[in-house]
Write a protein that binds this ligand. Structure first.
Ligand SMILES: CC(C)(COP(=O)(O)OP(=O)(O)OC[C@H]1O[C@@H](n2cnc3c(N)ncnc32)[C@H](O)[C@@H]1OP(=O)(O)O)[C@@H](O)C(=O)NCCC(=O)NCCS
Length: 164
């Protein structure tokens, strides 16, 4: 089993629509609406193409055998730290794909971007994501009340981080 992290492009729009139009995924993600439409996918692909002077977002399509199975990205928070975010299509859960992708992007953050701290804010109740982070060397740092707001709903989050 081997996942590849590639650039997002127009060819991913149909699979994005199919995989992300799923409340079991979107309910754990701040930026993903439900229902997830063609326009949402198109907006995302255009955003990935933006080329600002100082790059703050690094997004990758997770692929196996040329097919999109999920996404993972880093948002730069400071000169030395970034926040990681990720999702997998539900039919691809439980196969170890995200562990591979998370290892790869963590190494990228440390080795290529020379960051020393990577954080993940996990909505309260997202046990799968917490286990994934712990399995990959991220440590629990604290419980943050109402740290995130999606629409009109506040979420408590659990902060995980990896430092080198
Ligand atoms: C988070 C996500 C990427 C994890 O991928 P995955 O393929 O499901 O991960 P795994 O199969 O490795 O599962 C992680 C762990 O949770 C465990 N687990 C799965 N379902 C569980 C449940 N209902 N209760 C408790 N543990 C559970 C698994 O056994 C596994 O632990 P193990 O490795 O010790 O056996 C995927 O579930 C997903 O995309 N979720 C929706 C989006 C999301 O939550 N993104 C992260 C936001 S912080």
């Amino acid at each position: 089993m081997k996942v590849e992290l590639n650039q997002f492009s127009e060819k991913h729009i149909p699979a994005l629509c199919q995989l992300l139009n799923n409340e079991n995924i979107s309910k754990w993600l701040l930026q993903i609406p439900f229902p997830y439409t063609f326009q949402d996918a198109e907006f995302w692909i255009n955003k990935c193409k933006e080329n600002p002077e100082v790059k703050k977002d690094f997004a990758f399509a997770i692929e196996t055998e040329g097919s999109l199975i999920g996404g993972i990205g880093l948002h730069i928070k400071s000169e030395h730290s970034a926040e990681v975010g990720y999702w997998l299509g539900e039919k691809h859960w439980g196969k170890g794909y995200m562990s591979e992708a998370l290892k790869e992007i963590t190494n990228y953050a440390i080795n290529e971007l020379t960051l020393v701290r990577i954080t993940a804010h996990v909505f309260e109740g997202n046990i799968r994501s917490e286990k994934l982070l712990i399995k990959n060397g991220y440590e629990y740092e604290g419980f943050l009340k109402k740290s995130h707001k999606k629409g009109e709903i506040y979420f408590n989050t659990k902060l995980y981080a990896k430092e080198i």
